[in-house]
Ligand binder design. Structure first.
Ligand code: BV8
Length: 233
């Protein structure tokens, strides 16, 4: 494989599955219990804010009891030792990449650890609940929502992501079904810009056919193995 200097890694719910965080589309997963339109859209929030705030309160609380798994640890190790450019673009709102020690992380769909005030637009760190309508620490209004990107909303830092994809020699997708755009299209962007593309996922995903290489297995096994090979090369 040609010289690798610049790496973009896309992660999805599958990388956190072995930490005990439900994925979206598995049996009994997050979306099984709720219709996406009801809990992950601005319209759903406008229609029933209590349902949406309770859905995110439940997930925020659950995430705080979980720990990074060997896949998060391996990416943190790669981040620490990789001298070229590296960007971990995660679709996840959990902070397990950061808690494993990764630094070069970008949350394109937001984070469960912030509350965003719809009155004054300020975002504050938040680990408590929102369904009880606490006042915004800045403006005092009870107008807080989760700082996550819902369907129909603009993902965060798209320019920074596309800039990284333009210079990537290697694009690796880990633990995502490739069901949601624009994240699901990154493999095609990377490939058209000359990157080698690798998928590490439990099952074949909707995008598997776009990858130069697609390996099936558990992230906690595939990711450390891949990082070891890369760091030893
Ligand atoms: C946007 C919120 C405009 C936070 C999420 C038609 C065509 C193209 C696009 C669209 C279209 N119609 C509508 C759209 C746009 C829409 C979209 O893509 N809809 C889909 C349904 C077609 N997208 C949007 O609205 C986005 N915004 O388009 O704005 C724009 C466009 C371009 C540029 C700028 C602006 C916003 C989408 C964001 C939605 N928010 N999350 C939260 O609640 O958490 S989406 C949510 O689902 C995730 O964030 C993630 O992005 C997505 C997919 O989830 P995954 O992470 O992949 O999880 P999933 O359960 O699906 O899969 C898990 C995988 O892991 C599986 O493959 C499984 O095999 C694997 N796995 C399981 N266990 C393991 C494992 N792998 C390894 N090891 C294991 N142990």
């Amino acid at each position: 494989m040609a010289e690798i200097r610049n790496i973009v890694i896309l992660t999805g719910a599958g990388i956190s599955a072995e930490s005990g965080i439900d994925t979206f589309r598995a049996e009994g997963g997050l979306w099984e219990q709720h219709r996406v339109e009801d809990v992950a859209t601005p319209e759903g929030f406008a229609r029933d804010p209590d349902l949406v705030l309770r859905f995110y309160d439940m997930r925020r609380e659950a995430i705080q009891t979980k720990q990074p798994n060997p896949a998060h640890d391996a990416l943190a190790r790669l981040d620490e030792h990789w001298e070229g450019n590296l960007l971990i673009v995660t679709q996840n709102v959990d902070d397990l990449h950061e808690r494993a020690g990764a630094k070069r992380v970008l949350h394109m769909h937001g984070t469960h650890l912030n509350a965003w005030c719809t009155a004054c637009d300020v975002k504050n760190p938040w680990t408590g609940t929102l369904a009880d309508r606490p006042p915004c620490p800045d403006c005092g209004q009870s107008a807080l929502r989760p700082d996550v990107v819902w369907f129909g909303e603009m993902p965060y830092e798209m320019e920074r992501i596309y800039a990284a994809l333009r210079t990537a020699d290697l694009f690796v997708s880990i633990g995502t079904s490739g069901a949601v755009y624009p994240a699901a299209g990154f493999v095609r962007d990377a490939r058209s810009l000359g990157a080698h593309t690798l998928e590490l996922n439990l099952d074949r995903s909707q995008g598997s056919g776009w990858f130069d290489e697609s390996r099936q297995g558990r992230a906690s096994e595939l990711v450390p193995e891949w990082v070891d090979t890369l760091l030893d090369s």
